[in-house]
Design a protein around this ligand. Structure first.
Ligand code: NZQ
Ligand code: ZN
Length: 392
């Protein structure tokens, strides 16, 4: 196991009516002016906006709204939020949404108190922000586990880069599974697959000798697979949604990463695909994973073979390590198809003239990946993922 320090700063309130039970006491700890941040308006349709504004009003808060945070939040949107927070001397940020809103606010919270442009500060001057506006996250869509960490994935449109910026940890996160009941089914599945991907990307890191984190990880993967199937069978199954909500958090709260250097090569490639196409994150991962994993063999065979048995229940007798590794990649691909995720970029509506060369060339190569890829190999993977557009 690698050396580690585990210090987790986010207080989690999990369960039905968690906002009603706990938000008022959290709001009592912060100043009067609250930035209420949200996305494209789903919270106005499902009653969450009404519930939260009522609680804020009763708590005597002055509310400044920061709305329209898009999926794959842009750097321009971060700057808009930071300017709003600064101008109104905001004391606290309440982020209400999925990974996009939650990520955007982490950087708003830092940029509002930083003189320099935060992208230049982190990427050119290698600075780490240390002052933040305190924040709370109300999770309305599971998958990314973004409420559990201080990394934010932001698209810098001018630079054509979708990449991590480091911001604040949330002071608290409210995870009410009933909030997720109105998520579109497409988002339920792509979000839950994202959680599975986070587990696999962590598992495939180094050292590859199995440790406690990996064994908890295997259980988390089994849980996600079972609950994706249960949710598809019965979208109203609150128990299954609760599990997917907590599994997403488990994948990103640091526990599975203890003692490991993670892989995340698939994510790096998908993020750049996102920078060029603005695609759905979980869907992009679903297309890339099996193709990338096939090319991670034989270097990754030992871990793939173990996943075949411990997560996917493949009978090991009569099979050597290479057979089991192949069986794992096959079963993963079949699962992706069976749950209705796309298997090509064409199915996602990504245009044929997308600049895959530029995507491959701008992708970060990760340290923890079992195989060290070249940009040319990543380019080949993207071409294999491309598929054919069917003319209507
Ligand atoms: O914007 P609104 O109208 O709210 O609609 C959203 C959005 O269209 C909708 N939605 C959310 N909750 C809903 C709901 N619709 C109905 N009922 C609800 N309860 O869902 C859509 C997608 O939301 P979004 O936040 O974009 O999705 P997700 O949670 O998948 O977040 C994706 C972003 O997170 C980043 C991704 O790259 C992407 O930018 N990630 C962040 C990570 C992190 N910080 O740890 C890790 C991930 O690997 C990922 O990269
Ligand atoms: Zn992800």
């Amino acid at each position: 196991m690698n050396d580690f320090i585990y210090d987790f700063p986010v207080k989690v309130y999990f369960g039905e009516k968690a906002a009603e039970k706990h938000l008022t006491s959290e709001l009592a700890k912060v100043g009067k002016t609250v930035l209420l941040a949200y996305g494209g308006g789903s919270i106005k349709q499902n009653g969450i906006y009404e519930e939260l504004t009522e609680i804020l009003k009763k708590a005597g808060k002055e509310v400044i709204e920061f709305c329209g945070i898009m999926s794959n939040p842009t750097y321009a949107k971060v700057q808009e939020g930071a300017a709003l927070a600064k101008e109104n001397k905001v004391d606290f940020i309440l982020a209400v949404g999925g990974g996009s809103v939650i990520d955007c606010c982490k950087i708003v919270s830092a940029q509002a108190l930083l003189k320099q442009d935060i992208w230049d500060y982190e990427y050119d001057a290698h600075g780490t922000p240390t002052s933040f506006i305190p924040m709370g996250a109300m999770v309305t869509a599971f998958g990314t586990g973004a409420e559990m960490n201080n990394g934010a994935v932001i698209t810098h449109e001018e630079k054509m880069v979708k990449s991590a910026l480091w911001g604040a940890f949330y002071d608290f996160a409210i995870l009410d599974p009933t909030y997720t009941m109105t998520m579109p089914m497409k988002q339920v599945i792509s979000g839950a697959f994202d959680s599975l991907s986070h587990c696999m990307e962590t598992y495939m890191g180094s050292p590859r000798k199995i440790n406690l984190s990996d064994e908890i990880n295997e259980a988390t993967q089994r849980n996600i697979i079972r609950n994706i199937r249960a949710t598809i069978e019965n979208p109203g199954d609150l128990q299954a949604r609760s599990e997917l909500l907590w599994a997403a958090a488990m994948a990103e709260n640091g526990l599975l990463k203890i003692g490991k250097t993670t892989d995340f090569q698939c994510h790096m490639l998908e993020h750049q695909l996102g920078a060029y196409t603005n695609c759905n994150h979980g869907q992009g991962l679903a297309v890339i994973h099996p193709v990338l994993y096939r090319r991670m063999m034989p270097e990754a065979n030992e871990s793939f073979a173990r996943l075949a048995v411990t997560v996917w229940n493949i009978e090991p007798s009569g099979k050597d390590e290479a057979d089991l590794a192949k069986a794992f990649v096959d079963v993963l691909g079949a699962f992706i198809k069976a749950i209705g995720l796309p298997t090509t970029f064409a199915e996602m509506g990504i245009l044929e003239d997308t600049d895959y060369r530029a995507i491959a060339d701008s992708t970060i190569l990760t340290r923890g990946c079992p195989k060290v890829f070249t940009a040319d190999e990543l380019y080949d993977i993207l071409l294999e993922c491309r598929g054919r557009m069917v003319k209507q």
